[in-house]
Design a protein around this ligand. Structure first.
Ligand code: AMP
Length: 427
């Protein structure tokens, strides 16, 4: 099978690594890839949002399956274009990717099919939004409707804060067209968890649970990032909780999308809050998480390519996945300054030494190869994943590997997994 993987971050490195081990694979391309992916795939210099060039490459290159990593090309309609030419794609069409691309669409679908009790309203003007926010009172959640790179949501503890964020979204246009509409939601209280499934539009096959740390600082403080580390499994997400969310929210959503004539195929990733009256969905993503993929996929013992192809072909029924019981831990190494501005082009050393432990894998996120050396090329640079017999074992291996890696200004949190580990810092 000739496969094109779209994307160039840590998530795509984890996918590329697993796909490259499949006996079904004859050739793996990745657009644009990175220095780590280049070790297991042929990287082609096409950006993940260059739909014309990706379409041309897939059709001219006799590609059997295109696997789309990031959400943007899916929201922009890459899967639609390839499917229109009869090609197999892993990832939803644009109409189905609205589950990530529009928070108003998702809230409306959930309400229409009775899948949520959460109060919400959608607004086209800031005045109406402010009036409603004042009526409801704080705390209240304000969301830009569209894709705002994860920055378009604010949990507001006062009405002043809510009014200011409404202005940021709809008047100052901080998030551009993502702020054409705005959603105000009731503020839910409870522990958060994420549930990820493979679905071909009918059959739903859950993945193992994982938990990430979004904040830059230790103790989960400071600004939000794309994710500074994660682990799988998750102590508070029992099989019962996972089953409940899959059967009461995820599967009915997949059915609803088919009824809406926007069948959903690919990864469906639900962010939930476990409230006193049951789980509530707060967001859907239409792709694998990053860095969650770096802990979920290493635990998959089945052939990933077989699952992706079966999903794309609508043949997920009958696929039974097997997962390792081991703990997977991932710690992200970022460039100093991230998620604000940071420098690039720092030489990275110690990558081979870090992987002398066969339970450790260093996934590249923002790296570039030059003259046989590896350099930083992004905010999140590497994700160091280790498998272990328990949380402490896995995290100790990951941190021991990190001790061997060096680049100027490298930053990582030393407390990833603190909720699951035996001590706040058992290094
Ligand atoms: P989202 O991008 O929609 O996942 O929102 C980002 C974060 O905002 C979530 O991880 C939650 O912590 C929080 N959040 C979003 N919606 C709500 C809600 N309705 N109630 C409470 N917190 C929320």
């Amino acid at each position: 099978m000739r496969v094109l993987l779209v994307g160039g971050g840590g998530r795509e490195h984890a996918l590329a690594d697993a796909i490259s081990r499949s006996p079904l694979l004859s050739k793996l391309y990745c657009a644009p890839g990175n220095a780590g992916i280049a070790q297991v795939a042929e990287c082609v210099s096409i950006g993940a949002e260059d739909l014309d060039a990706l379409h041309a490459f897939a059709t001219d290159g006799d590609i059997d399956l295109t696997v789309v990593g990031p959400e943007r090309p899916l929201i922009m309609g890459l899967a639609d274009r390839l499917r229109a030419d009869g090609m197999a794609v892993y990832g939803p069409d644009a109409a189905a990717a609205r589950l990530e691309g529009s928070k108003a669409f998702t809230d409306e679908i959930l309400a229409k099919y009775g899948l949520s009790a959460k109060r919400f309203r959608v607004f086209n003007t800031p005045e109406e939004a402010k009036t409603y926010a004042r009526e409801q009172g704080a705390p209240i959640v304000v969301k830009a409707d569209g894709d705002a790179f994860g920055k378009g949501v604010k949990v507001c503890s006062s009405i002043e804060e809510a009014e200011d964020f409404i202005d940021a979204v709809m008047v100052r246009r901080d998030f551009g067209a993502a702020g054409n509409r705005l959603v105000i939601e009731e503020c839910l209280v409870g522990e958060e968890c994420t549930i990820k499934v493979f679905t071909d539009g009918e059959t739903v096959v859950p993945m193992v649970a994982s938990q990430d740390h979004k904040r830059i600082g230790e103790g989960d403080t400071g600004p939000n990032t794309g994710g500074m580390g994660c682990y799988s499994p998750v102590p508070n997400v029992s099989d019962a909780v996972q089953d409940c969310i899959v059967t009461s929210i995820i599967m009915p959503t997949v059915k609803a999308m088919a009824e809406e004539k926007a069948p959903y195929s690919g990864t469906l990733y639900g962010g939930c809050i476990l409230t006193d009256s049951g789980p509530e969905l707060i967001e859907y993503n239409c792709r694998f998480g990053d860095p969650e993929t770096q802990v979920v996929i290493p635990r998959l013992q089945s052939d990933l390519l077989e699952v992706l192809a079966a999903t794309a072909e609508g043949k997920l029924d009958g696929i039974d996945l097997s997962w390792s019981d081991e703990v997977a831990a991932c710690v992200v190494i970022a460039s100093e300054g991230y998620p604000g501005s940071y420098e690039k082009g720092k030489r990275i050393t110690g990558l081979e030494q870090a992987q002398t432990d066969e339970r450790v894998k260093v996934y590249h996120a923002g790296t570039v190869a030059q003259d046989g050396e590896c350099y930083t090329a992004g905010g999140r640079v590497l994700g160091v994943t280790a498998l272990g017999s328990d949380y402490d074992d896995a995290f100790e291996r990951a941190y021991a590997a990190i001790d061997r890696v060096h680049f100027d200004g490298m930053y990582y949190r030393r407390d990833i997994g603190w909720r699951a580990r035996s001590g706040p810092d058992s290094r």
